[in-house]
Write a protein that binds this ligand. Structure first.
Ligand code: SAH
Length: 397
């Protein structure tokens, strides 16, 4: 049976030819052949040339997500197997490192697998489907993943809000193999972390900060460290290993702080004279400021503030506020490590926000290092939207 065809408006084929994987509803002239949502369709130019093949979802603003630009390439089990093999090959050095057992195996569009996230946690894999087009392939993907990685099980954590843009409800549960244990221990650069694949945030851990944690740790020797938005203490563990004198962790999640404390014990760093402060970071930082507390290193790793263009302005206000508070808590000559994981807030804009914050608090700030998401979350140049995490390590005088 002939595939359905999505025909673009004249002139709208340019970005497809440049291998951008998203086709927005506004670029489409007509759809021929009545495809069902989630089906694989062909994308043709206004002149009728084949451009690409991808999955179709009329409910989403991103109506087609491109899987291939090669007319000969069919979307079948072999296709998925080849794409997964390539994604795994890109992580070969990580897989062989031995001291890291938790990392991202598949980073969606950036790995040529739109809407699909797969994270490895030791012997278990966590799959997240962010597009309707992935749904019919999940079983097959889980099967392929098990055979390619020799993992024990694939657990699904598709409990994310972005699925509503695709008309999808949240879904969690075992896809294939064995259920993961209630509590799993994984390693990151030799540090042990408890991870709860059933209820942890994201797929369990924030894997994108792995390399940045190691970089930030180098400033933490003998330091008093404030780790804000600590989650289960990723930055704090690295800081403790590096010899931080005292660490204050701040998070709104009680479970995260409890896990952070247990992670310290798990690594043999306890007892320590650390503090775990539960609550809203903006409020807690104001309290610390009122108490005239000072730190050698302040880490700010807030959740995403901007989910749409309309939210960018209020997000920048949020970033400015939290960074003003953070800068004030840095002892003169100390270090601020500050992050934004809002893709819509560019590095450039974030730098301007930091400048504004530094002016308002009257501190002179020098950028020492620019930071990005870890290498298992690569940026594909034809898909700049894949770059979302940015950070600065700054000296604050
Ligand atoms: N730094 C962490 C990841 C941080 S993710 C790491 O390296 O793993 C963001 C964290 O902010 C989450 O743990 C979330 O519980 C917490 N959070 C969200 N809103 C918050 C708020 N208003 N105040 C304090 N913590 C908040």
């Amino acid at each position: 049976m002939a595939s359905a065809i999505v025909r673009l408006k004249p002139g709208r084929e340019k970005s497809v030819r440049r291998r951008h994987p998203w086709i927005f509803s506004g670029a489409i002239a007509e759809v021929e052949g009545a495809p069902s949502p989630g089906d694989v369709v062909e994308v043709h130019s206004a002149q009728g040339e084949f451009l690409a093949r991808g999955y179709y979802n009329p409910r989403s603003q991103i109506t087609v997500r491109v899987l291939t630009w090669d007319e000969q390439e069919r979307i079948d089990a072999t296709f998925w197997q080849k794409r997964l093999e390539r994604a795994l090959a890109r992580r070969e050095t990580l897989a062989q490192s031995g001291d890291t057992t938790a990392y991202r195996l598949v980073f969606a569009e950036s790995d040529g697998l739109p809407g699909l996230i797969v994270d490895r946690y030791g012997d278990w894999l966590v799959l997240q489907s962010l597009a309707l087009g992935i749904e019919p392939w999940k079983e097959l993907l889980a099967e392929l993943l098990l055979s390619l990685t020799e993992a024990k099980g694939v657990y699904e954590r598709s409990d994310v809000d972005v699925r509503t843009h695709e008309g999808l409800p949240p879904r969690v549960g075992l896809l294939k193999g064995e259920l993961p244990p209630e509590e799993l221990v994984v390693y990151e650069n030799g540090l042990a972390f408890y991870v709860d694949l059933f209820a942890g945030q994201k797929t369990g851990l924030y894997l994108d900060q792995r390399e940045n944690r190691a970089k930030v740790a180098l400033y933490c020797r003998d330091a008093e460290v404030l780790d804000v938005f600590s989650y289960v203490g990723g930055f704090a563990l690295y800081a403790a290993r590096e010899g931080a004198r005292r660490i204050v962790e701040v998070d709104s999640s009680r479970e995260a702080l409890r896990a952070a404390e247990r992670n310290m014990e798990l690594n043999g760093f306890s007892p320590r004279d650390d503090e775990y402060l539960e609550g809203d970071a903006f409020r807690i930082l104001r309290t610390l400021r009122d108490q005239a507390r000072q730190f050698d290193v302040v880490i700010l790793d807030p959740p995403k503030f901007a989910f749409s263009r309309a939210q960018v302005q209020s997000a920048t206000r949020g970033y400015k506020d939290i960074n003003m508070l953070g800068m004030r808590l840095v002892r003169p000559g100390g270090v601020l490590c500050t992050f934004s994981c809002s893709g819509l807030v560019s590095m450039d804009l974030f730098q301007k926000v930091l400048f504004g914050a530094s002016v308002d608090v009257g501190r002179e700030v020098r950028v020492l290092e620019y930071l990005h998401q870890a290498r298992d979350h690569p940026l594909l140049l034809s898909f700049p939207e894949g770059a979302y995490l940015k950070g600065f390590i700054c000296r604050v005088e």
